[in-house]
Design a protein around this ligand. Structure first.
Ligand code: 4AD
Ligand code: MG
Length: 491
């Protein structure tokens, strides 16, 4: 390419993404860079422009010699502007990069008025960046998170494909409540004012679009089971919706869930898969997102320094990630966990905000105590009381517990929830009645236990909780491009 250009005495510029360019050895080739200006600084007769196109956390430096570019054009090169630069790739004169571009011409695609552009080259708070969700992907922090998010999504499909799973697309609109928690967003085309009513004055959903009451799915599991009972191993990976009004750093109203479902898997097989799968994903990120993780690690270190000494984390981000990939997850029953909590100093000194007793739903503080203080590694809890778990879980012979499993992570708490499924028709029917699920709404689910039922298991991994863990961020709103939480659905 360079040879042809020199032969003809004119330069043919070749556009490449910054990630590719930074991997080149500078051979004086003509090159085009397109991207957004991060900074421009002037020194004597030279201007330095840092350009980023999102392909990597790293910028490329463009060097403009005085007089080579019209003054009016250079004036428009300000933070946030989108430009195309033609120039020659040369070994860098300065430190911090091996190559840079000696600029011959600049085209301004879109200027960004420095008086008005909200993203100035300084540290902005995450809260402020949430208010400018349309621009925050242009920051180092968010572009790093988005690239890691992509890599993890890709790794999920890779893992399952390589292990004989089929990607099953389960519906977003459903007529059932898989988790039985009643935290659903209704889907309707009926008018909000004066909807059609039944004789006893209730909204008549027979008149609605689907001829029945429908909502956005809280989980693809029930349909996933139908797939597993035909294809043996499937997974769903899609958006799920929960109208729970919990304004926490770990809950979203719209989040992505990964749900594998496997015929002929019992609880232990399910645990083995969950452990192997999460370790693979974290290792994949460590192997493929080194620059972004290194950037976030530095960011986290600075944030840790602001904290009190005793609250600072002992491990860096990559150490935390390796800690998970290199440790065996601790497995114990819910009952054993309750006993550990009851004997803990934290409980005896009244440090927990929520009481501990057999039968309670574990709070995040309890989960984190087990993981961070007691075992100091990821934990899988099994055999929860049936009253606090969903109707579809396989009942244990003790009559009190179900074959549930929750995987708990440091800093996160529950990252995976799953179980072996009840495959006995009578027991399942009985349980649906006990918890008040109408048979008509899931007759098809029940029927799989009448025709060719099989032992089977599955789990749901909260994708954003995984991204939260891998990026070391602390608020789930910062690991999804456009978060949906109570009272926020901007962008
Ligand atoms: O434990 P959950 O509710 O399990 C299920 O929905 C099962 N149907 C999964 C299955 O067995 N196929 O949710 C699974 C995971 C949780 O462990 C958590 O990581 C995540 O989904 N999750 C949320 N993530 C973000 N925001 C929320 N509101 C979440 N609710 C659950
Ligand atoms: Mg759960």
């Amino acid at each position: 390419m360079g040879v042809i250009a020199h032969l003809k005495g004119l330069l043919i510029y070749y556009r490449m993404q910054i990630k590719e360019i930074l991997g080149l050895t500078a051979a004086q080739q003509p090159i085009t860079v397109k991207g957004w200006v991060r900074t421009k600084r002037n020194s004597a007769a030279v201007a330095f422009i840092a350009i980023n196109d999102g392909s990597t956390i790293n910028n490329i430096q463009a060097v403009v010699n005085e007089g080579s570019i019209p003054e009016e054009t250079l004036k428009l090169v300000t933070t946030g502007a989108c430009i195309a630069v033609n120039g020659i790739l040369i070994p860098s004169q300065g430190q911090g990069q091996s190559v840079e571009v000696q600029v011959n011409s600049i085209e301004i695609y879109g200027a960004a008025d420095p008086e008005k552009y909200p993203l100035q080259p300084k540290k902005h708070s995450l809260e402020f960046l949430r208010e400018i969700g349309h621009l925050r992907p242009r920051t180092n922090t968010f572009s790093a998170i988005l690239r890691i998010r992509h890599a993890l999504a890709f790794a999920i499909n890779t893992y399952f494909n390589d292990h004989g799973f089929f990607y099953l697309h389960t519906p977003i609109i459903t007529g059932s409540d898989a988790e039985g928690a009643g935290e659903m967003f209704r889907v309707t085309t009926l008018p909000a004012i004066n909807p059609p009513l039944t004789e006893d004055g209730k909204v008549d959903y027979k008149e609605d679009f689907f001829g029945k009451e429908t909502n956005l799915t809280v989980s693809g599991q029930l349909e996933g089971e139908l797939g597993a009972l035909a294809l043996s191993k499937i997974y769903t990976f899609g958006p799920t919706f929960r109208a729970e009004n919990s304004n926490t750093t770990r809950h979203l109203a719209e989040f992505w869930m990964v749900e594998p479902e496997m015929a002929f898997f019992e609880l232990t097989d399910n645990m083995n898969l969950a452990e192997d799968f999460t370790k693979f994903l974290i290792k994949y990120a460590l192997d493929h997102c080194a620059d972004d993780i290194a950037f976030l690690e530095k960011r986290l270190l600075e944030e840790e320094k602001m904290k009190k000494k005793e609250e600072q984390s002992e491990l860096t981000l990559s150490e935390k990630l390796k800690f998970v990939t290199e440790n065996t997850f601790e497995r114990l029953t819910y009952t054993e966990a309750i006993n550990i909590l009851l004997q803990s100093k934290a409980h005896k000194q009244g440090k927990f905000n929520y009481p501990v007793a057999w039968g309670i739903d574990l709070q995040s503080e309890h989960e984190r105590y087990l993981v961070e203080k007691h075992f100091k590694k990821p934990v899988i809890l099994t055999h929860y009381p049936k009253e606090i778990k969903a109707f579809y879980m396989k009942q244990e012979v003790d009559g009190k517990t179900v074959r549930a499993m929750d995987v708990l992570f440091p800093g996160i708490g529950e990252i995976i929830g799953g179980s072996q499924r009840e495959d006995d028709y009578e027991k399942l029917l009985q349980r649906t009645k006990e918890v008040g699920i109408e048979e008509e709404s899931i007759w098809w689910y029940l029927q799989t236990r009448q025709f060719g039922s099989a032992p089977h298991s599955g789990f749901g991994l909260g994708f954003e909780r995984l991204v939260l863990f891998v990026t070391g961020m602390s608020n789930i709103r910062d690991v999804i491009p456009f978060p949906r939480t109570p009272k926020t659905a901007e962008f």
